[in-house]
Ligand binder design. Structure first.
Ligand SMILES: Cc1cc2nc3c(=O)[nH]c(=O)nc-3n(C[C@H](O)[C@H](O)[C@H](O)COP(=O)(O)OP(=O)(O)OC[C@H]3O[C@@H](n4cnc5c(N)ncnc54)[C@H](O)[C@@H]3O)c2cc1C
Length: 493
């Protein structure tokens, strides 16, 4: 990093901390101890502990980031909380955003593994099981272990499943989750150059395979790295690119970049849904000689021959429709075979089938909610949040951090027979790691590329959000994890 960048970064930090009434020394201490959400202090909401006497049995499906944080906030907000969580996993609250850093050898896997039990709020009952049958007309849920659980109010926060089984040739027979049992993929992923940071062990294996790839490039072999983005909504839409940027950075560090060709194959036709961020990313790719081919969806892998097959798709003009006064558009497809030495797979993702196909699911699988109040469209005593909620954009922990406050406030209003007043505005944040030491902090909501003022404002909103900055690297690598542990999972921020 040159002196000018360093100076600019320090000035930015100073000006922010001055606003927060902190000296740089104090702020850096907080980074180190991870004690508080200092950079986000302006966007946190005070907890009103025990502020409602509302009563009712609340059942939360899924004790991951969104579910456990919601339980904590209910515990802080109700004088008489009666909360049960159904969660099958022992490490459900682990820090998934850190898996990108594990994948590039910046963190060790042990730094992102948390025991679920350490984050269960006092007084909350955990049922270590899976919810498999939903009867919202009778307010009951059945677990795989045969238990029937009755509720007055239910919050669904069961995340997504990773469908590696949809990719032919991998020989994967069932879906897995990011922090659950991954034995279904162990025979093929995390070896022979096939990697995926989307599940925890996969992220550690990605670093092992990446080092072999770099060693091959360093030995003088011309190598190819291929990075995919599927045709379904995914959590953390930036992660498929982040791991590519980090591969680029690690190759440069090793002095081996010239021997590697890195290509991104997204199913979509752009780098990012928001024009300014899309344009910034295109420039960053060009500057790093990273290549891309839009509208390619990974359909098959031959792990022996090391060939990835993509469905390349596009539209062509067909007949002119005189009544509609427009051309019919015809979808075209072609199979494209791409050899690879290192393949990073971002798998297709979906809501867990036991929820998607139940009365609380929908034809698209996601739990249908009012996108602002997060209340179920059919069952007023049911809410959903996090990755499983049918909300446009935003399958990120950053969106969950806004959503869980809305769910708690609105569900308490339902319990108290009041109108729902809290609204989610679509806030999402994607700290796009662009190298070791820089991040572009893409913050946006449904209305804007850069959320405006008040408690929903962007962080350091006076800065151009399309710039890559090391301050955001500090935020990503040092601050976001403690903020999640001590802020969100404690129901505070
Ligand atoms: C590689 C990677 C990088 C990421 N990077 C970022 C980032 O930089 N910034 C960011 O904000 N976000 C990031 N995310 C996304 C973020 O981690 C998720 O959006 C967040 O964890 C979603 O929380 P959730 O509670 O909805 O789902 P999860 O945390 O996945 O929890 C869902 C829980 O539901 C449980 N469950 C599933 N089915 C059932 C059932 N039938 N019954 C009971 N329980 C069930 C599961 O066991 C799981 O514990 C990243 C994710 C990954 C994988």
């Amino acid at each position: 990093m040159d002196n000018k960048t360093l100076k600019e970064g320090i000035e930015i930090i100073d000006s922010h901390f001055k606003n927060e009434g902190l000296s740089r020394r104090d702020a850096m201490k907080m980074f180190g101890t991870g004690g508080a959400a200092m950079l986000m202090a302006s966007s946190t909401t005070e907890v009103q502990a025990g502020s409602s006497d509302a009563k009712g049995k609340i059942l939360i499906i899924g004790g991951g980031l969104a579910g456990m944080s919601t339980a904590a906030r209910f515990t802080n907000s109700l004088s008489n909380p009666d909360i049960t969580i159904i969660e099958p996993g022992d490490i459900a609250t682990s820090y998934q955003p850190g898996q990108t850093l594990v994948g590039a050898g910046i963190w060790d896997k042990s730094e992102v593994v948390y025991n679920t039990n350490d984050f269960v709020p006092d007084g909350v009952t955990i049922i270590k099981d899976k919810a498999v049958e939903f009867d919202p007309d009778n307010n009951t849920v059945k677990t795989a272990g045969g238990k029937t659980v009755k509720y007055d109010f239910m919050v669904i926060a069961a995340g997504v499943v990773l469908d590696y089984s949809k990719i032919q040739g991998l020989g994967v027979e069932k879906s897995i989750t990011s922090l659950g049992d991954h034995t279904a993929v162990d025979h093929v992923l995390g070896k022979n150059g096939i990697t995926s940071i989307y599940y925890q062990q996969g992220s550690a294996d990605t670093w092992t395979e990446m080092q072999k790839f770099i060693a091959e490039a360093k030995s003088g072999k011309k190598v190819k790295g291929v990075f995919t983005h599927p045709n379904t909504p995914i959590k953390c839409g930036g992660a498929p690119k982040k791991i590519m940027y980090l591969t680029d950075a690690r190759l440069r560090e090793a002095g081996a970049r010239d021997n590697a060709e890195l290509t991104f194959y997204p199913n979509g036709g752009k780098m990012f849904g928001i024009k300014d961020y899309h344009e910034a990313i295109v420039k960053q790719f060009e500057a790093r000689d990273m290549k891309w081919n839009y509208k390619h969806n990974l359909t098959a892998v031959d792990p022996v021959k090391k060939i990835a097959t993509f469905d390349k798709h596009w539209e062509e003009k067909g007949e002119f429709d005189k009544d509609l006064e427009e051309y019919e558009m015809i979808k075209k497809h072609e199979n494209v075979e791409v050899p690879y030495d290192f393949l990073h797979i971002t798998p297709p993702m979906a809501a867990a089938p036991e929820i998607a196909n139940s009365p609380v699911g929908s034809s698209k699988g996601w739990v249908p909610v009012n996108k602002e109040t997060l209340q179920h469209v059919k069952f007023p005593n049911v809410f959903a949040l996090g990755d499983i909620a049918a909300v446009p954009m935003g399958k990120t922990g950053g969106s969950g951090r806004k959503q869980y406050k809305v769910v708690v406030e609105n569900l308490i209003s339902v319990m108290e027979g009041k109108e729902l007043t809290a609204k989610y505005d679509g806030y999402t944040v994607c700290p796009l790691i662009t190298s070791i030491g820089t991040v572009m902090l893409a913050e946006f909501n449904w209305a804007s590329k850069k959320p405006g003022s008040g408690k929903n404002a962007a962080m350091l909103s006076f800065l151009d959000p399309t710039e890559e900055r090391w301050i955001w690297w500090l935020l990503k690598v040092y601050a976001l994890k403690p903020m999640t542990q001590y802020g969100m999972l404690a129901g505070r921020a």
